[in-house]
Design a protein around this ligand. Structure first.
Ligand code: 5GP
Ligand code: ZN
Length: 112
């Protein structure tokens, strides 16, 4: 087993509040929410960041999976944001690719 936090959450070794799961993807609430809805969507397979991703179908399906979570969370109509922080300059701290789903409050632009 590698030392990746999100692999451990996907394997059930570290608890998380799951909101949706399939055989390939998992969505769970962020431990430090930045919006009323703040969910992380991950592939179960380890990919360190978007820079390492090569499977277009996987990444596309991850986005649609997060979109489905937005609908279930009731933020799809009002508006939401999907964010994939990539590498340190963008604030990535967990190196298992993940999409932040943020919603339930007005979003400013440009993001900080
Ligand atoms: P990043 O900064 O890499 O884009 O996002 C990592 C996210 O993971 C952060 O928003 C952080 O709050 C969240 N996070 C870190 N550790 C845990 C944890 O143990 N459980 C959950 N649910 N979220 C975590
Ligand atoms: Zn991982």
């Amino acid at each position: 087993m590698n030392d990746c936090l999100f692999c451990k959450i996907a394997a059930g070794e570290i608890p998380a509040t799951k909101v949706r799961e399939t055989d390939r993807f998992l969505a769970f609430r962020d431990i430090d929410p930045q919006a009323p809805t703040h969910v992380l969507a991950i592939p179960r397979d380890h990919v360190a960041s978007l820079n390492e991703a090569s499977d277009a179908e996987l990444i596309g399906s991850l986005v649609l999976f997060a979109r489905d979570v937005a609908k279930e969370e009731g933020v799809a109509d009002g508006g939401y944001r999907l964010v994939i922080n990539t590498n340190a300059g963008a604030g990535q701290t967990v190196f298992h690719v993940h999409a932040h789903l943020l919603g339930g409050r007005p979003m400013r632009w440009p993001p900080g």
